[in-house]
Design a protein around this ligand. Structure first.
Ligand code: ADP
Ligand code: MG
Length: 261
């Protein structure tokens, strides 16, 4: 059974994309079949995996979503990329923002990504969708297509800001579009063991959120910050770094939590 995970937090820079890349590769290294979907028009996930010019790509998530809207056969062979580390990728680029705008008037506009994912899920154990830093139509589509949501939370002072809104959005989607959607868990990122602040954020979020929280905490690690600009996942860039180790542990935890729920 395939588990579809949306990685979401409307704040930018909290570690969504880094988590998608390295969790995805971690799962693939555990023998799982993984599809990563770049759901952000900025294409950061695509770039992080070494595809330097997403805007030059002719086929992307926008292509497949338009195939669904137009009720055409999906251009799967041309769109899905096979990364050498064993994950598949549906890349994204600026065309996705045009799609988001055109969806505003489309019928069943919240269900486009779900229809796409339904056609692909039999081929994978995990499908991970990297959401953009907004709670707009693309995030709604991702959460409607997903079984579950992972929320990365950066260990900094403003971590709790916006969390209520995120949880509220998830609840709205549960009530209307996707009753079975669950919150898989919160993962703390950029934890700095030298500061009390990081510890405080973790404690605050724990007392505020009645949610599953991953035991694995991702440390602030300069190698994780450097890796995307080299187009490399952390296991290739610096496999012995604390960042690589922590994402391996996170992948194990995600597998322990089981398949589709
Ligand atoms: P988001 O997708 O939520 O906008 P990113 O995953 O792109 O966030 O991360 C934001 C920035 O922080 C990037 O430059 C990334 O390289 C860096 N970063 C992410 N996680 C870590 C970490 N654990 N330690 C250090 N830098 C990190
Ligand atoms: Mg991102």
């Amino acid at each position: 059974m395939c588990k579809v995970i949306a990685v979401s937090n409307q704040k930018g820079g909290v570690g969504k994309t880094v988590s998608c890349v390295n969790l995805g590769i971690g799962l693939a290294q555990e023998g799982k079949k993984v599809l990563l979907i770049d759901g952000d028009p900025q294409g950061s996930l695509t770039i992080s995996l070494g595809y330097e010019e997403p805007d030059e790509m002719e086929y992307s998530l926008a292509t497949l979503m338009m195939n669904i809207v137009n009720d055409e056969k999906m251009n799967i062979e041309k769109t899905i990329l096979h990364h050498k580390e064993g994950v598949d990728l549906i890349p994204a680029n600026i065309e996705l923002s045009a799609i988001e705008v055109s969806l505003v008037n489309a019928m069943s506009r919240e269900l486009i990504l779900r229809s796409m994912v339904e056609k692909l899920r039999d081929f994978y154990d995990f499908i991970i969708i990297d959401c953009p830093p907004a709670l707009g139509m693309l995030t709604v589509n991702a959460m409607t297509a997903a079984n579950t949501v992972i929320v990365p939370i950066q260990c900094e002072f403003y971590a709790l800001d916006g969390l209520t809104q995120l949880i509220y959005t998830i609840e709205l989607i549960q009530k209307s579009l996707n009753p079975d959607l669950t919150i898989e868990g919160v993962v703390f990122t950029m934890y700095d063991a030298r500061t009390n602040l990081s510890l405080q954020v973790v404690e605050n979020v724990k007392s505020y959120l009645n949610q599953n929280i991953y035991k694995t905490i991702i440390p602030r690690n300069v190698r994780l910050a450097e890796a995307p600009s080299h187009g490399l996942p952390i296991n290739l860039y610096d496999p012995r770094s604390s960042g690589a180790e922590s994402y391996d542990l996170l992948a194990e935890e995600v597998i322990e939590n089981g398949g589709e729920n």
